[in-house]
Design a protein around this ligand. Structure first.
Ligand SMILES: Cc1cc2nc3c(=O)[nH]c(=O)nc-3n(C[C@H](O)[C@H](O)[C@H](O)COP(=O)(O)O)c2cc1C
Length: 332
């Protein structure tokens, strides 16, 4: 499958934007789409694998993070968020530390469905997991954000790496969430990763035009993975509050923040990121679960000020329309 990799991959976008319809539509236009297993139950992932059917596609899985050693910073953050709970009339849940996002069950599904390409983010899967997938016929991709992470990932013997830049929308896969600032660009991370890894490297982050794709392919990328550009696609499941924010013109910049989930992620700067980014501790997925009811209540009201409006630095280029047309407009 890696030999047949098209130049454009439409990124897995968990939390709603990726739908089987989107994956099928981009495949029809000659790109490769990834289903996003993150946050979903195994049953929901299986439904999507069935819906994608025989259309070439990938599956993306979150690697579980170790539980934080010290939960006091998380408890402190929980107390700090009380005014938000009052504002939206919800109860903050107790801290939930034990969520592995059904990692093993999702790997089993990828094996059972012989998914052609399986990518991982948030960490490096054990060599035994990579081997099991490869034995079942899948190509395995691991997302990294630096040369150091690329070296660690290579120890698990993947088929390819995804070099994710700081410009990328949504969560960074960084394994150093304390110090991550999101300051790297796609060409820089691509070069750094290629220098230490002798497998194909896919570039991700900030792509906003066919010229961007062309430059990265010219710099040696095996393909370019683009997410934000497809958030407004007709077939995407992006929530109305998110779509409106991207197109409103009211949001002029993106920031990297741990405020919503405890893992650095890039999104449109809003009231919540201004108020809480400085105080937010490292702690995915505990912080994700903690803020989820706030974000849900805000989204329900159409109030974007406390919603995670994930977007990469190229968000101003995103536009609505059939995904096939968007693929066409990025054709290098
Ligand atoms: C809304 C959104 C959700 C995302 N969810 C995932 C995900 O579930 N898994 C993953 O590996 N990457 C995810 N990403 C990151 C993409 O894989 C990719 O790194 C990023 O979209 C590239 O940067 P760009 O958004 O500027 O094109 C997401 C990106 C966005 C915008």
């Amino acid at each position: 499958m890696l030999d047949l990799l098209p130049p454009l991959i439409v990124a897995p976008m968990a939390g709603g934007p990726t739908t089987p319809r989107l994956v099928i539509a981009v495949a029809g236009a000659g790109a490769l789409g990834f289903l996003a297993a993150g946050y979903k139950t195994p049953a929901a992932v299986e439904d999507e694998l069935r819906a994608a059917g025989r259309v070439a596609h990938g599956l993306n899985i979150f690697v579980p993070r170790p539980a934080p050693a010290d939960i006091e910073p998380l408890e402190r953050y929980r107390r700090l968020l009380r005014p938000e709970a009052d504002r939206y009339g919800i109860e903050l849940p107790p801290l939930r530390l034990d969520d592995d996002d059904f990692f093993s069950a999702k790997v089993e599904l990828a094996i059972a469905y012989a998914v052609p390409m399986v990518s991982f983010t948030f960490g490096v899967p054990e060599p035994v997991v990579v081997k099991a997938l490869r034995d079942a016929g899948s190509s395995v991709l691991i997302t990294v954000t630096s040369a150091e992470e690329a070296r660690r990932a290579m120890a698990s013997a993947p088929d390819a790496l995804i070099a994710q830049a700081g410009t990328a929308g949504a969560h960074s896969s960084t394994m150093r969430p304390e110090e991550y600032r999101g300051s790297s660009d796609a060409a820089g991370v691509l070069a750094a990763v290629r220098a230490v890894a002798d497998v194909p490297v896919i570039a991700a982050g900030g792509t906003a035009s066919a010229a961007d794709v062309r430059v990265l392919l010219g710099a040696g990328a095996a393909a370019v993975q683009s997410g934000t550009y497809f958030l407004l696609a007709d077939e995407a499941g992006t929530r109305p509050v998110h779509r409106v924010a991207i197109t409103s013109g009211s949001y002029r910049e993106t920031v990297v923040t741990r405020a919503f989930t405890g893992q650095p992620a890039r999104g449109l700067r809003n009231r919540f990121t201004d108020a809480y980014s400085a105080a937010a501790p490292v702690g995915y997925p505990a912080i994700h679960h903690l803020t989820a009811p706030i974000r849900a209540a805000a989204a329900e009201r159409g109030d974007a000020s406390a919603v995670h409006l994930w977007a990469g630095t190229g968000f101003a280029a995103a536009r609505s329309g059939p995904a096939a047309e968007l693929v066409e407009s990025l054709r290098p």
